[in-house]
Design a protein around this ligand. Structure first.
Ligand code: PLP
Ligand code: TYF
Length: 397
């Protein structure tokens, strides 16, 4: 049965973790995978999460099956976070939200549903994008192309080329957009550019699929949802996959959601019934723990305030690490100006390092980064940043 099974390629990012774990050097630094670690180098357990968990254990709640679409209070909290408390679309029942197994699970449910709706559509993802975008949509049976996005010469967005690509797509083409904190580049569109994208998407009849995995890591919870809300204001039918993996530091609990903007309350009912069918035939119902914890925090004013403060601390720490890295590279005599790193948003930076330079960082200094030059700025801390800056300065000479 298995004699002809080929070895599948490793995930280029998750595969780095194995190599990192096997490295015996005590000074090693993992800037590969997108995980936030605190100044002590550990994945934090947020205080708000810990409080909510204590309350949950004390209440000794039974663990029955959840509804297929997940916890109602969770789904509502997701909608408010994405679309705003006063969203007219929420009031008009034009948003359908289902709990999902992380942002990845949300993308998968959305992709499977889209495949039933429009099997011959093409999917366009940014060049570059999170590698799993291509794999997920190809896995769901779609042909996937890239639209121009990152321009290395300017460390910015090739915006005219992006718009030209969108204008060339057939109606119904699914365009996957990073709503904030672009992975892997850290380079986002400006509000003006988003307005233009919304206009072109609406005019050309494209299907926007917004992926928001880092809400709160860029400029704040509401500011980071600006793109989602611009699409909502335009009344375009849209998909939004969201994740609490990073913002609640609950990576392994798999807490995310898929939200779909429809044209009417009636459409919403039909769409929800189809999403439930997709979920039922994948994993039946979502898990309880992560959803219960996030829902408890988002729906309690004291816990919510505590969480927002902790999220703010994570955001501020990342930004401090960005400016600190720029300064330390300058002080280390780096021949390039890395000022662009402070303007980037979220966990990542496309550092401009070549694959060979990334190899040297790993081999000579025990510093792990993705071969594309992506570094996870959220893994820098006051203990490792001097060594990282010195090593980068050394390999670019
Ligand atoms: N989308 C993007 C752009 C991501 O970077 C990630 C990162 O993990 C995800 C989706 C998936 O999130 P999750 O870990 O919640 O599945
Ligand atoms: O890009 C990252 O590092 C995170 C984590 O298949 C991740 O989004 C990476 C690869 C993958 C799943 C999650």
């Amino acid at each position: 049965l298995f004699s002809a099974v080929e070895l599948a390629p490793r995930d280029p990012i998750l595969g780095l973790n194995d190599a990192f774990n096997a490295d015996a050097r005590p000074s090693k630094v993992n800037l590969g995978v997108g995980v936030y670690t605190n100044d002590a180098g550990r994945i934090p357990l947020l205080r708000a999460v810990s409080e909510a968990e204590k309350a949950r254990v004390a209440a000794a709640t039974p663990r029955g099956y959840l509804p297929i679409e997940g916890i109602a209070a969770y789904d509502q909290a997701v909608q408010s976070m994405l679309f705003g408390n006063d969203s007219a679309l929420i009031k008009a029942h034009r948003i359908v939200t289902v709990q999902a197994l992380g942002g990845t699970g949300a993308l998968k449910i959305g992709a499977d549903f889209l495949k039933r709706l429009n099997p011959s559509a093409q999917v366009a993802i940014s060049d570059p994008s999170w590698e799993n975008h291509r794999a997920l949509f190809e896995g769901a049976g779609f042909a996937v192309v890239n639209y121009p996005y990152y321009e290395s010469a300017t460390h910015g967005v090739a915006f005219d080329a992006l718009i030209a690509a969108f204008e060339s797509y057939a109606r119904g083409t699914i365009v996957v957009l990073h709503a904030c904190c672009h992975n892997p580049t850290g380079v986002d569109l400006t509000t003006e550019q988003w307005r233009k994208v919304v206009e072109v998407v609406a005019a050309r009849g494209l299907v926007p699929f917004l992926d928001i995995a880092y809400q709160g890591f860029g400029d704040g919870i509401d500011a980071d949802a600006a793109a989602v809300r611009l699409f909502a204001d335009a009344g375009v039918s849209a998909f939004v996959s969201s994740s609490f993996s990073k913002s609640f530091s609950l990576y392994g609990e798999r807490v995310g959601a898929l939200s779909i903007v429809t044209q009417s309350a009636d459409e919403s009912k039909h769409v929800l019934s189809q999403l439930k069918r997709v979920i039922r035939t994948n994993y039946s119902t979502p898990p309880t723990h992560g959803g219960m914890i996030v829902s408890a925090i988002l729906n309690d004013s004291a816990l919510r305030a505590m969480w927002e403060e902790e999220l703010g601390e994570m955001r501020t720490r990342i930004r401090t690490m960005r400016t600190s890295l720029v300064e330390k590279l300058r002080a280390a005599g780096a021949r390039r100006d890395f000022g662009f790193v402070s303007a980037q948003r979220g966990m990542f930076s496309y550092s401009g390092l070549s694959a060979q330079q990334v190899d040297r960082l790993r081999e000579e200094f025990g510093i792990y980064a993705v071969g594309t030059g992506r570094i996870c700025v959220a893994a820098l801390n006051t203990r490792n940043i001097d060594a990282v800056a010195a090593a980068i300065a050394a390999v670019i000479d």
